[in-house]
Design a protein around this ligand. Structure first.
Ligand code: ADP
Ligand code: MG
Length: 578
């Protein structure tokens, strides 16, 4: 550290470029500081540093990271603690641009595998972004000493050393995440695709905030008696004692589940909770015991999206001008064709459950009622509506559907379970819906016809896309949660409701780049995704790093699911398939 102080003292007042001299490694047996990347000016992307603390000093209890789930949870927890320490310790703005900033990529309401904090047998490390202080173009060396030699070690110590951490909160966090994964592990054998605990708080503060609605204005979830299941936990719920190692709530069975009910009665809120419950949530989120199977994929209409070579023939046939639909491509797909394509793409990479909301669906994709069937003859309608496929998807392919459908009773025949939301309280109305289906026949004709094939296997063409932009090298940039700038193109992920963290989007963008290396060996998209996931499992997200070296930055990746990675690839403007 003395060496770093000396350099900073020497370059104080010089031109900003002189900061380049501090790249390197500093420290002692208590802490190692790696300055990996030094920014070019105070407005550029911040500098990247890592603080590493040896195991003996951090003294984190091994019981908190003795399996992969607990380790993931503890790393996520530590990143949050570092963020907390930054807020307490760091003075903040100190000059021009980003001068004075220290930042860590800690998560939101979901708990994800991320690269911000890395735990190894010998050490624990946090990766940070630092705005090196400057006044205009000249270095503020003394401020930099304060930041790098005082604040950073203090932040690392407060965020990573067990003695300084809130012990109960840490244990509770890790146990809670492990409980959620334990529930997820029970779903299949219980014949469920999702579980919503009694007492869960589903609504969010606002459309733009993912924080829970204040408890006094929220109706807590309560399962209908007939759908209540009790599952085992590994750790007792807080305040419940050892006897509390069980949890009750609504089991959403495999098969076809309809969520019906009046407008504004909480249907979409329930579905959104299920969408996000493919990830664990932090204690206090309200949805921490809402758990959905890992392979549940939200499917939306997305008119205007790019579609390349997708077999949408199970849903769409005989387009005008005899356009084929077995390898359908479009620069600007319609509502129905886009929804059919997204659905088939999800199945292509292994979705086992589909989540759909009438709010985000194309009406003509969902249903064609008796009157419309009478007016527009089947031979003039390319669409086989989802209502005529949804049962078959489960019966023949084992793919469940959870569907919000408040506007059309033609789905009653297709459903195994019908849940009605009434003033935010779920009611099991399955029997009544069946009676009504018998009393008031739908009169529509099933248009299912030929059996549904879900055997699409597309092989991406190597070199059909690239992150290069002209001669200016690779451009991979993620300005927003659902937008990627990739080479000369932009990828719009606006409809990816299950993409929850911008660090996942960054990882997706880099994954697209990495995938190019795997292509050209004849592997189809599903195989490529499996290979990529194996890379993540074996090497961690650092396999995405453009810097190449495993232990280096960036510390701002979070793990995405293969469904969102494939979705980004599928929306790429120049992707081609063999
Ligand atoms: P629907 O899809 O049935 O029209 P939404 O799910 O969009 O209804 O919910 C309508 C409004 O009610 C939203 O503002 C939502 O935040 C709120 N809301 C949903 N569930 C609850 C609940 N359990 N308690 C309080 N407010 C809720
Ligand atoms: Mg709704």
């Amino acid at each position: 550290m003395e060496g770093l102080r000396r350099i900073l003292g020497r370059i104080d007042g010089k031109g900003y470029k002189a900061y380049k001299d501090i790249a390197g490694v500093y420290g002692d047996e208590r802490l190692t500081l790696y300055v990996d990347h030094v920014q070019g000016d105070p407005f550029a992307a911040p500098s990247k540093v890592r603080c590493r603390i040896p195991r003996q000093r951090a003294a984190l209890p091994a019981s908190l990271f003795d399996n992969p789930v607990r380790k993931l949870a503890l790393q996520d927890f530590l990143a949050r603690q570092v963020r907390h320490a930054i807020r307490k310790v760091v003075k903040g703005a100190r000059g021009t641009g980003k001068s004075g900033l220290i930042d860590v990529d800690a998560g939101g309401q979901e708990v994800l595998e991320r690269t911000a904090v890395v735990l190894r047998p010998e050490w624990v490390e946090v990766r940070l972004e630092v705005g090196l202080p400057g006044s205009g173009r000249s270095i503020l060396g003394l401020q930099a000493i304060e930041m790098l030699c005082c604040e950073l070690p203090e932040v690392a110590a407060q965020g990573l050393i067990w003695r300084n951490l809130p012990h109960d909160a840490a244990r509770h966090f890790v146990d809670c995440v492990e409980n959620q994964e334990y529930i997820r592990g029970q779903l299949r054998q219980q014949g469920l695709v999702a579980f919503v605990a009694d007492g869960a708080l589903l609504p969010r503060k606002s459309g733009v905030s993912d924080l829970p609605l204040e408890a006094d204005s929220a109706v807590l979830f309560r399962s209908p008696e007939s759908m209540r299941v009790t599952l085992e936990l590994l750790h007792p719920l807080p305040g419940a004692g050892v006897a509390g190692r069980r949890i009750s709530g609504m089991g959403v069975p495999a098969g076809v589940t309809l969520i019906v009910g009046g407008g504004y009665h909480g249907k979409s809120t329930l579905l959104q909770a299920l969408e996000r419950a493919v990830y664990p949530h932090i204690p206090g989120d309200g949805r921490e015991y809402v758990v959905t199977c890992r392979d549940a994929v939200k499917v939306c209409a997305e008119d205007g999206r790019r579609v390349t070579g997708v077999d949408i023939s199970p849903f769409i046939n005989n387009l005008p001008f005899s356009r084929g639909t077995r390898a359908f491509s479009s620069d600007r797909a319609s509502g129905s064709t886009s929804q059919a394509a997204s659905l088939m793409e999800a199945l292509e990479v292994g979705a086992s459950a589909l989540l759909m909301d009438e709010d985000a669906s194309a009406t003509n994709f969902m249903v064609r009622d008796a009157r419309m069937q009478a007016l527009v003859h089947k031979s003039c309608e390319p669409i086989t509506p989802f209502v005529d496929r949804v049962r078959e998807l489960y019966a023949a392919h084992g793919v469940s559907t959870v569907l919000v459908m408040g506007g059309c009773g033609d789905y009653f025949e297709t459903a195994d379970t019908v849940v009605m939301m009434r003033e935010y309280v779920p009611v099991d109305v399955t029997r009544r819906a069946r009676e009504i289906a018998a009393e008031i026949p739908t009169q529509r004709v099933n248009e299912g016809g030929a059996p549904l094939h879900v055997s699409m296997k597309r092989i991406p063409e190597a070199g059909s896309y690239s992150a290069a932009r002209g001669r200016r090298g690779v451009r991979i940039d993620v300005p927003m949660l659902r937008h990627i700038r990739f080479g000369a193109t932009e990828i719009d992920l606006g409809a990816m409701d299950q993409l929850v963290d911008i660090s996942q989007t960054r990882a997706i963008a880099h994954a697209l780049h990495l995938l190019r290396r795997f292509m050209g060996e004849g592997q189809d998209l599903r195989q490529l995704m499996t290979r990529l996931e194996a890379c993540f499992d074996e090497q961690g997200l650092s396999c995405l790093s453009l810097y190449g070296e495993v232990e280096q930055h960036p510390g701002n990746f979070a793990r995405p699911r293969k469904y969102e990675i494939a979705a980004a690839l599928n929306r790429h403007l120049t992707i081609r398939f063999q």
